[in-house]
Ligand binder design. Structure first.
Ligand SMILES: Cc1cc2nc3c(=O)[nH]c(=O)nc-3n(C[C@H](O)[C@H](O)[C@H](O)COP(=O)(O)OP(=O)(O)OC[C@H]3O[C@@H](n4cnc5c(N)ncnc54)[C@H](O)[C@@H]3O)c2cc1C
Length: 392
């Protein structure tokens, strides 16, 4: 059988790798429009191997993240990719946040995790500079460079005889008899099975292939700052706020990266292009599509205040610093240097609801990953297993 996987991010590469493992006779091609694997979400994230605290018990996110955390750490150790299981603190900074922290703790336990509620003093044993009323310690959270994971997956694919075609964009898909003809900027490819893992373009690729995705991708940029090297000692590991349960975003946090730097962020603002890494990056086609989408207006009506606060924080380093200083009061604006941002592909239903869980749609001989936001990088090896189980 011939398999074409669209997208050389972590989900596409992990899926292609899984196919080569489970079906050694398969002919596998990954098609990626950029000249490097992992160029978009996978190469612009916080690099956290999540434990599985936040997700509704029984959801795909919860199940695949908890198992994916372990398989990602094992994969990295097996292939000499630097990884650290450093644990994390989720911090209640006021007494109003404590009931939400306790609810999150219940959820962590329901997801089968070991997670401990601790007092302010114990929190400072983990993170000497943190301001906590109470905190939750989650030992199984880790850090890695998901871009490095992609590099290894691409090497393994090559060794297994698969092809990764870089700089090649999929522009159309036709069904011709029993075959799928994938039109690309480098000529046609013929496949028996098509897997769409196109991230920020997931809905477009699904539509090109004749599927009707039940939700639209809306790009939300996450902006980061970095702590100046001489201030990195303020953060040992990962310090997160108690998130607002209405939103899938975790709130700006302080993250020690695997290279030793400390990142602060990300916020969440509407991007004006699917790959809109800054306010200056505007793509009229994307803006027209976003603004014509009923689902976005419904979402905006419900969450206008939250959205405006995020925009104000995006434009003001002072407000960004205030959010961080709630977690670590010694952080000042002078400690922060702008870092690269990332853009999240978040699927939104026509009702205006954010699609909370991973959404994978199978039809005929095609599978499309429509919604794979965080913790999809953590869960990628298990998402791949889940996809391959649905392939003919
Ligand atoms: C700011 C931010 C922070 C995050 N933090 C974390 C974290 O700490 N931990 C975690 O687990 N997850 C995190 N995530 C989520 C995680 O990065 C994503 O869930 C994951 O990378 C999704 O992988 P993907 O392969 O689906 O998408 P992508 O990495 O975006 O890959 C999709 C690929 O498809 C290609 N493509 C699209 N259209 C076409 C086409 N027509 N033809 C050919 N190629 C095409 C694109 O070029 C791209 O390379 C974060 C995400 C962001 C943005």
């Amino acid at each position: 059988m011939r398999y074409v996987v669209v997208g050389g991010g972590i989900i596409g590469l992990a899926t292609a790798h899984r196919i080569t493992q489970e079906r050694p006779d398969a002919e596998v091609t990954v098609v990626e429009k950029e000249t490097q694997v992992g160029s978009h979400q996978t190469g612009h994230n916080s690099g956290v191997i999540h434990a599985g605290v936040y997700y509704r018990p029984g959801s795909l996110k919860a199940r695949l993240c908890v198992v994916g955390n372990r398989s990602m750490v094992e994969f990295c150790r097996e292939h000499d990719i630097p990884v650290q299981v450093c644990g994390k603190l989720i911090v209640a900074t006021s007494s109003e946040e404590v009931p939400r922290l306790h609810a999150l703790h219940e959820r962590a336990l329901a997801n089968g995790l070991s997670a401990t509620l601790i007092g302010a003093e114990q929190a400072r044993e983990y993170e000497p500079h943190v301001a906590a009323v109470e905190a939750m310690h989650v030992p199984s959270t880790g850090i890695v460079d998901f871009g490095a994971v992609c590099g290894t997956l691409a090497e393994l694919l090559e060794k297994a005889g698969a092809t990764v075609r870089l700089g090649t964009r999929v522009t159309g898909v036709r069904q011709v008899g029993g075959e799928i003809v994938v039109r690309t900027t480098a000529g046609d490819l013929t496949a028996d099975v098509l897997v769409g893992c196109a991230g920020l373009h997931a809905d477009r690729v699904a539509r090109l292939a004749g599927a009707v995705p039940p939700a639209r991708i809306i790009p939300f940029r996450g902006e980061y700052y970095e702590l100046r090297p001489d201030r990195r000692q303020l953060v040992r590991g990962l310090i997160y706020p108690v998130p607002d349960p209405q939103f899938p975003f975790l709130g700006v946090h302080l993250t020690r990266m695997i290279d030793g730097s400390v990142h602060a962020g990300p916020n969440a603002v509407l991007a004006l292009a699917r790959e809109g890494y800054s306010w200056r990056r505007v793509r009229l086609r994307d803006v027209a599509e976003i603004t014509a989408y009923r689902g976005l207006w419904r979402l905006a009506r419900r969450h206008l205040r939250y959205g405006l606060t995020e925009v104000r924080r995006s434009l003001s380093v002072r407000l960004f610093t205030e959010s961080l200083a709630r977690l670590v009061p010694e952080v000042t604006a002078a400690d922060l240097v702008r870092a690269e941002s990332g853009v999240r592909a978040q699927a939104i239903a026509p009702t205006g609801d954010l699609v909370d869980d991973f959404l994978i749609v199978a039809r005929d001989r095609q599978v499309h990953v429509i919604n794979a936001p965080s913790p999809a990088a953590t869960s990628s090896l298990e998402i791949a297993r889940h996809i391959v189980a649905q392939l003919p």
